[in-house]
Design a protein around this ligand. Structure first.
Ligand SMILES: [Zn+2]
Length: 332
């Protein structure tokens, strides 16, 4: 598959064109910012499109399903086509290019690269760097891609007015998951022994910069499902799990690890105490998360990115990280 620049593709093909490709424009009604109507993915009458932001969101069944997986029920053209076609984001990009081929004599020829597989970059001089030291091409200044979480649903997280009581950091389930009691305690995580929607789950609090809890994620070890607060209560695009602890514990630490779930972050720190983990749980890197990360990196250039093989959005985030850092990509 030829290399496709996702950022350019998103800038070149609008969400309106994609909706027209599917013959959906006539079925949606106009709103101040775009369209709304029946969701082509789930059939709920809760589909909204912002044409200025090139973003879509479904507040219906999609949202409920995505929430269970800790994902967002919306995004950009790539997310939309991936779900419509039931293919990976990479394959969605290829299909969009096939439907909307780049005009000849356009801006510039597509860059030739072998494929879109993640490049592994090593920091200069880290590991016998001399051998393959072709200088990297100077990157052109490109406009930053918009986060795929639509801005019009973007809001700051407020500190919760309550804290869950009955969190057992040393519970046998934590041990089974590979999280030590000391690490769980440090992050306020543990098996929740109380009642309510988080009953029987391992809970992980998200803190804001000041260390206040803004939301809990709950993990059910048996079906490996995640539970997050309602989308109007907690905005995962304005949250980075572990950032408060990373700020405190990060001085003098060699490496920051970007994980994809709070559990992965704590498993990682339990196994490698010298690595400070955070978790980005959204399907793309928001501007807020990018800023938090830059702050935590504090001039350091190399980080670890840890993602599961089946994580479809990992490549998108990896691409964003590679724009700024040397990334060691660990697939689990
Ligand atoms: Zn839907």
């Amino acid at each position: 598959m030829p290399y496709i620049d996702w950022k350019k593709l998103k800038a070149r093909v609008s969400l309106r064109e994609i909706l027209a490709h599917y013959g959906l424009l006539g079925e949606l009604t106009d709103t101040a910012h775009g369209f709304e109507g029946v969701c082509p993915l789930c059939g709920s009458k809760a589909f909204k499109v912002n044409v200025e932001k090139n973003a879509w969101f479904c507040f219906g069944t999609c949202k409920a399903e995505a929430k269970a997986k800790g994902e967002q029920a919306g995004g950009n053209i790539l997310d939309f086509v991936a779900r419509m076609e039931r293919v990976s984001v990479k394959e969605a990009a290829a299909r969009i290019v096939a439907w909307f081929p780049e005009e000849k004599g356009g801006n510039e020829p597509m860059q030739k690269q072998e494929d879109a597989a993640p490049r592994r970059q090593e920091p200069a001089g880290a590991t016998g760097g001399e051998g393959n030291s072709k200088p990297l091409p100077t990157p052109k200044e490109a406009p930053r891609a918009a986060p795929s979480v639509p801005d019009f649903f973007d809001f700051e997280n407020k500190p919760l007015s309550f804290a869950l009581k009955g969190i057992d950091a040393g519970h046998e389930e934590m041990v089974a998951l590979g999280v030590t009691a000391a690490i769980a305690t440090r992050y306020g995580a543990g098996y929740f022994t109380g009642k309510g929607s988080m009953a029987g789950r391992v809970v992980f609090p998200f803190h804001d910069e000041g260390g206040q809890i803004v939301g809990y994620a709950g993990y059910e070890a048996h079906d490996r499902s995640w539970k997050y607060p309602a989308a109007d209560k907690f905005n995962p695009a304005r949250a980075v799990f572990g950032m408060y602890q990373a700020k405190d514990d990060g001085a003098g630490v060699d490496m920051l690890a970007v994980c994809r779930t709070p559990l992965a972050a704590l498993q990682y720190r339990s196994a490698y105490p010298a690595v400070i983990p955070i978790a980005i749980t959204t399907d793309t890197l928001s501007a807020y998360q990018e800023d938090v990360l830059a702050d935590l990196m504090n001039g350091r250039e190399q980080l670890l990115f840890i993602a599961a093989r089946e994580d479809l959005h990992a490549i998108d985030i990896l691409g964003r990280l590679l724009e700024r850092y040397f990334v060691k990509y660990v697939r689990t």
